[in-house]
Design a protein around this ligand. Structure first.
Ligand SMILES: Cc1cc2nc3c(=O)[nH]c(=O)nc-3n(C[C@H](O)[C@H](O)[C@H](O)COP(=O)(O)OP(=O)(O)OC[C@H]3O[C@@H](n4cnc5c(N)ncnc54)[C@H](O)[C@@H]3O)c2cc1C
Length: 318
């Protein structure tokens, strides 16, 4: 069975959840091989094996870490040449998409970004993407070279499937050109205790309807272990940090559950959340466009609805 390379998304071996999702997808296409670039592979190996990595290619030297994305693309290109994989699966985040684009050029291959589903079709690997602000669903296929596919977080439910996870060191000489930009400092983001917005299984977002008071949104999010998002109107008003903006010019999220509170549902907001599996809106205007795309809608004042929902969740959790 052909190998499928999966780029490991990690910080010093601490894996982002997306990596396990990519391995789950890779198992549909062939034999997953994780590619761990930088330090911490020992720490990551157990989880990589748990989610189906038959092999873990480890590239851990000074030339591989400490730079921006270019060395990672060169390393993947060298592995593509070595193992001729059935596909290369990469997380569809800002860094992942740049690595994928560079890799596509180096290997003369087709590239699909922001896939929300990947499967082995009768005639090769097929992907699904949600495009044009979520108004079209596209089925795509790479027709040249090795399929390089960047997959959005939360696209598939996690399924463990233990595999050997055999570590194999891989040495590559990274070019000087790829080392033109060095990371000189990095600091962990201040912990909020909440999950990362793009990775969270549940996102609760607030909009202009909050009037600047995000406390009911945060309390409901915390009762569910959810991340907090915001519309552009809310972040532009300075009510919530820009890093939490969901939408066309903000973060793209695709959680299992998205709750929009006091958000009208403008096309630019939809563009960032429309692929969520279940969508609930709370809005006091029953004509609000957000109600066109919801699975469940509550017509009401968020300052009354959210506290009741929070109390009910807490009661049921005991
Ligand atoms: C190029 C471009 C890019 C953009 N990118 C983004 C983006 O990435 N993300 C984004 O979100 N927007 C983006 N926008 C802005 C977008 O067009 C909308 O202006 C914005 O999404 C509106 O935010 P909102 O729904 O919070 O506010 P509004 O449209 O003002 O809606 C507020 C809603 O809250 C309801 N409400 C009021 N009070 C309550 C209450 N007490 N309880 C319940 N409901 C209440 C109202 O009925 C209303 O429906 C972009 C715009 C442009 C032009």
């Amino acid at each position: 069975m052909a190998e499928v390379l999966v780029l490991v998304d990690h910080a010093d071996g601490r894996l982002r959840k997306a990596t396990a999702e990519l391995l789950t997808i890779a198992r549909r296409l062939g034999e997953p091989s994780a590619v761990h670039i930088g330090p911490g592979a020992d720490r990551a190996q157990v989880t990589l094996a748990k989610y189906g990595a038959h092999k873990v290619y480890v590239v851990d030297d000074a030339d591989a870490a400490g730079f921006l994305v270019a060395p990672q693309a060169e390393i993947l290109a060298a592995l593509v040449e070595k193992v001729t994989p059935a596909a290369v699966i990469i997380p569809s985040n800002a860094a992942g998409k740049e690595i994928a684009a560079r890799l596509a050029i180096k290997t003369s291959s087709g590239l699909i970004t922001d896939a929300v589903d990947v499967r082995a079709g009768a005639d090769g690997i097929e992907t699904t993407q949600s495009v044009l602000a979520g108004s079209y669903t596209v089925t795509a296929k790479v027709t040249t070279g090795t399929p390089i596919i960047a997959v959005k977080p939360n696209s598939v439910p996690l399924e463990a499937s233990p595999a050997p996870g055999v570590v194999e060191a891989f040495a590559v000489t990274v070019s000087d050109a790829a080392k033109a930009a060095r990371v000189t400092d990095s600091q962990p983001k201040k912990a909020t205790g909440r999950p990362e917005l793009t990775e969270a299984a549940i996102v609760v977002s607030g909009g202009r309807g909050t009037g600047g008071d995000f406390s009911p949104v945060e309390e409901f999010a915390d009762s569910l272990g959810a991340a907090v998002g915001a519309s552009r109107a809310a972040v532009d008003a300075g009510w919530y940090p820009h890093a939490h903006q969901v939408g066309q010019t903000g973060k793209q999220v695709s959680p299992q559950l998205y709750v929009a509170a006091g958000i009208s549902g403008a096309i630019q907001h939809r563009a960032g959340m429309q692929t969520s599996k279940t969508i609930i809106a709370i809005n006091k205007d029953e004509e609000a466009p957000i109600f066109e795309l919801v699975d469940f809608g509550v017509v009401g004042d968020l300052f009354s609805v959210l506290p009741q929902a929070t109390a009910e969740v807490k009661k049921r959790k005991g």
